[in-house]
Design a protein around this ligand. Structure first.
Ligand code: NAP
Length: 514
């Protein structure tokens, strides 16, 4: 892999040299790739992408479990500036998305300015020299005038807090670390969890396993998935017929807008969650024969409180004779399997943990320590003040650091919209700093406070605070009971990226040598 050269950096307290790079982007997933491309296109070509894994694509690099795919139509799940027409399905599979990430890395020359297997362990702002010092896991230090945190949120696999989880003698796999050397054929398999990952895995492995026991704690609302393969004449048409890509994207975006942001954030005005629940119940009734199994698969919280799933095959899998839905709570994992509260032992060969990811736990947002101006620790700041960030991007006292997926930044539309609007916001800041010959960009406390207050006001209409979410067990809620998603339409996010008041930031500092 081509490596960029980085000179060893001095101690923050004594360094007087300029930074190694103008911008360091942490994360080689789609956020990091998108930010890099947009910076480059805006004339900021001195960037370095640091990625802890051995490949690009983030979620699509790490998640390779059977059936992995996107649940936003591919026409909307790609960059607006790089729309391809070769998707094999309306909802692309994981391998295609990983290939798309690699394609973008090569086409836009990101690979040359990236380092793989470079995990950032800590970031510290050097007030004296106006730059960030990023310490890698191996001790190397890299400096950057600006840092873009593009580490995503659903990246660190979460082991369930179940007694004995390390005592099982058979094979244990987390969905996000799938071991393709393991053959499931004819095996007794258990899967813990019924979130989006399990919904895709269960129907994909049901055919080949001997027995599959699904341990469900909270049922998930499951909507039908308007999916279909895209035969080559259609792909050809998408590639050559003028306007077809734009129409497919617009239709896909509109569908996503109605099913995610509109349903979640404007529930007070358009309570369409009830209609969605009716559709889910109909889908369940049509898919599952046994009424008792149907009852167990029916959520007792409102649609929208937690992320729903989209599948035409998940519910039907429970009609199979080798698939068992177990709702008796798990007491412990033993050396031979899973024991439930009723005392039943379920002997298995393989245990799949579909138990999700760390979200708002300490050490995950971002997954490295961040120390800002005058020694302020980002996690301490959030613990004391609740999660907050101006447009999800900037936090006072953390100059020159910008996040793609910070608190109250993501409106739950296509992730690509988030990447592009946040990158646009950042590019606007960097261009302004360059014009004003500034080297320090810091959001004002007043602007951040006003944005946070408005985020809290807007939650009056969000489904999370209006509907019955008590039994949802939703990872959307943090320890304070806040849901740090942005209550805005996608059009608003696009407008704001180019029109937020520049006076909300302080631009200061004389240019240093670099
Ligand atoms: P998840 O949605 O967090 O689901 C975790 C599951 O594990 C839940 O059913 C949870 O039950 C269960 N669980 C956790 N700890 C448990 C315990 N101690 N005992 C019993 N059950 C336990 O995780 P995920 O399915 O990996 O999905 C995470 C997110 O990744 C999704 O929401 C989505 O944003 C993204 N994703 C997207 C796609 C896609 O685009 N198609 C696919 C996969 C993932 P409770 O509900 O009771 O907590």
């Amino acid at each position: 892999m081509p490596q960029t050269t980085t000179r060893p950096s001095a101690d923050p307290a004594t360094s007087t040299q300029g930074p190694d790079h103008e911008i360091v982007i942490v994360g080689g997933g789609l956020s990091g790739i998108g930010a890099a491309i947009m910076l480059d296109r805006a004339g900021f070509d001195d960037y370095l992408v640091l990625e802890e894994g051995d490949g690009f694509g983030g979620a699509w690099h790490w998640n390779t479990y059977p059936g992995v795919g996107v649940d936003i139509p591919s026409f909307a799940y790609q960059f607006s500036f790089e729309q391809i027409s070769g998707w094999s399905r309306v909802y692309a599979l994981g391998a295609e998305l990983k290939a798309y990430a690699e394609h973008c890395v090569d086409k836009f020359d990101v690979r040359r300015r990236s380092r793989l297997r470079a995990a950032v362990a800590a970031a510290e702002y050097d007030d004296a020299n106006g730059m960030w010092h990023l310490r890698l896991a191996d001790g190397e230090v890299i400096t950057g005038r600006y840092v873009i945190s593009a580490t995503g949120v659903l990246t660190k696999p979460k082991k369930p807090d179940i007694a004995g989880v390390d005592d099982f003698d058979g094979i244990v796999m987390h969905t996000a670390r799938w071991d393709h050397a393991i053959d499931l054929t004819g095996k007794r398999v258990a899967i813990i969890g019924t979130g989006a990952s399990a919904v895709q895995i269960i129907p994909s492995i049901a055919d080949s396993v001997g027995h599959l026991t699904v341990f469900q704690r909270t049922p998930i609302w499951c909507l039908p998935k308007p999916d279909a393969s895209l035969p080559w004449p259609m792909r050809l048409a998408l590639g050559v017929a003028p306007g077809t890509k734009a129409i497919a994207r617009l239709l896909s975006q509109s569908y996503v807008e109605v099913t995610f942001p509109l349903a979640a954030h404007f529930h007070g005005y358009v309570p369409i969650a009830g209609l969605g629940e009716k559709l889910c119940r109909f889908h369940l009734k049509r898919s599952v024969r046994d009424p008792e199994v149907r009852r167990k698969l029916t959520p007792t919280y409102s649609l929208g409180c937690k992320r729903p799933s989209f599948s035409n095959t998940y519910l039907k899998a429970f009609n199979r004779e080798n698939v068992f839905l177990q709702t008796d709570p798990i007491e412990t994992i033993t050396s031979t399997g899973v024991r439930t509260m009723s005392g039943a032992d379920h002997e298995i060969d393989i245990l799949i943990l579909a138990t999700g990811f760390k979200v708002f736990e300490r050490g995950n947002m971002p997954p490295f320590r961040v120390v800002g101006s005058a020694g302020v620790d980002l996690e301490d700041f959030w613990t004391e003040n609740r999660f907050q960030a101006y447009y999800g991007i900037s936090v006072p006292a953390f100059p020159n650091m910008f996040s793609i997926l910070g608190p109250y930044g993501y409106n739950a539309s296509s992730y690509f919209n988030l990447i592009e609007t946040q990158s646009q916001h950042i590019v606007r800041l960097l261009k302004t700093a360059r014009k004003r010959k500034a080297t320090r960009i810091e959001v004002t406390k007043a602007a951040n406070d006003a944005y946070f207050a408005s985020a809290l006001r807007r939650r009056r209409n969000q489904v999370f605070f209006l509907a019955d979410c008590a039994r949802a067990n939703s990872y959307y809620f943090d320890d304070n009971g806040d849901v740090p998603l942005r209550a805005a339409s996608t059009l608003e996010t696009m407008w704001d990226a180019n029109h937020f008041p520049l006076k909300d930031y302080n631009f200061s500092g004389a240019a240093l040598s670099s």
